[in-house]
Design a binder for this molecule. Structure first.
Ligand SMILES: Nc1ncnc2c1ncn2[C@@H]1O[C@H](COP(=O)(O)OP(=O)(O)OP(=O)(O)O)[C@@H](O)[C@H]1O
Ligand SMILES: [Mg+2]
Length: 348
């Protein structure tokens, strides 16, 4: 549930295959994230001038913002091979030793979901990152011996959606941490225009704006909506994605002007119309939309919070004035007689 939704930031296998064709290949093709792009450019150029592999880089940020893309771009810009693996794939220290000892000099090792790496493997990573060395332990107990193995110098690029779960020692071994932020709609318009070119979709600038505003700041969602809008344009219109075509298509797919889907809207509408804007407890709210508490909390609520439509208070969930405005509902007093204006004295 939710994971496959049209505005979910997470991709399934089919979508990842489709995304491969839309990935930017150079830093200059990579849209937005200006600060990170500049920092990485300087880092890569410095390392290339010195003829050494660049420092290890940690890429952190929500799903679909370009972490994997940036890792691939780094290897491509450096002209070195890229080895890809992930935290969950490394269950034992031996798995990591096998990967590390097979690296060629200068190679980029991409470790996705690095926060999920098993602890013994993580500890091996410390000396690998610091000294390009791993100690392989042979035997057990008092008779065990550590055999140091030298590694080819490499660059570790770690990616995580949960940087808070990284241990201090691991975090400290990265020379540079890049935080990816949600994209501005104008940047997503650029992403969409580029993707449309690659896919051979006729997309007008207004059509691109219409889609970008509903993409929740996430390139992955923008590209996904573009696919749906293209289908609609081909089947119900003359193939060109104009503003009207994009809006009509996304109405069919239940993605509203802010990028809320059916569940998001149901939650917000219940909060605003049935509970007068709240405060209301999460479980009551969930029951009223016929969903599990976890679904409302994990699937709908994060974006409603981020979009400034809902806030959490000690007494329950409360709709903001922006939520009333978005739904076209007049703000009302809550059951305890406090008006929305009293809860939000700064609004309006
Ligand atoms: N800055 C960007 N410019 C152009 N396209 C982008 C950009 N960032 C992401 N994309 C597009 O979005 C898709 C998803 O990006 P990517 O796979 O790099 O995200 P991610 O951060 O690794 O996500 P996850 O956390 O799910 O692994 C890519 O196929 C790419 O086409
Ligand atoms: Mg990724």
């Amino acid at each position: 549930m939710g994971e496959q939704g049209l505005v979910s930031a997470v991709a399934n296998a089919e979508e990842r295959a489709f995304e491969a064709g839309l990935r930017p290949h150079t830093l200059s093709e990579f849209v937005g994230q200006g600060k990170v792009r500049e920092q990485l450019t300087i880092m890569l150029e410095g390392a290339q001038a010195r003829g050494t592999p660049p420092d290890h880089v940690l890429l952190s940020g929500p799903p679909g913002l370009g972490k994997t893309s940036l890792a691939m771009i780094m290897a491509e810009e450096l002209g070195v091979p890229l080895r890809m693996t992930s935290g969950p794939a490394i269950e034992r220290a031996g798995d990591l030793v096998a990967i590390l000892t097979a690296l060629s000099p200068g190679e980029v090792l991409f470790l996705d979901e690095i926060h999920r790496i098993a602890r013994p493997a993580e500890e091996l990573l410390y000396s690998a990152m610091e000294d390009f060395r791993v100690d392989v332990i042979l035997g057990k107990g008092p008779g065990a011996t550590a055999i140091p193995l030298a590694l080819a110098p490499f660059t570790l690029v770690g990616a995580t959606t949960r940087s808070g779960l990284l241990t201090g020692p691991l975090r400290d071994r990265f020379g540079f941490t890049a935080h990816l932020d949600f994209y501005h709609p104008d940047e997503l318009t650029q992403v969409l225009t580029r993707s449309a070119g690659l896919l051979g979709v006729r997309l007008t600038p207004e059509g691109a704006d219409e889609v970008s505003g509903r993409s929740r700041g996430t390139p992955r969602i923008a590209n996904r909506l573009l696919r749906r809008v293209r289908d609609y344009a081909e089947v119900r219109a003359d193939g060109t994605v104009t503003r009207e075509v994009a809006a009509a298509a996304l109405r069919v797919y239940d993605v509203d002007g802010l990028g809320l889907d059916r569940l998001d809207r149901a939650v917000l509408e219940a909060l605003v119309t049935r509970f007068g804007g709240g405060p209301v407890g999460l479980s009551t709210l969930a029951v009223s939309v016929g969903e599990e508490t976890e679904t409302v909390e994990d699937v709908a609520e994060p974006f409603l919070l981020r979009a400034g439509l809902l806030i959490r208070t000690a007494r329950g969930r409360v709709a903001t004035p922006a939520a009333f405005e978005h739904l076209g509902v007049e703000p009302v007093s809550d059951p305890l007689g406090r008006s929305q204006a009293a809860l939000f004295p700064d609004a309006g």
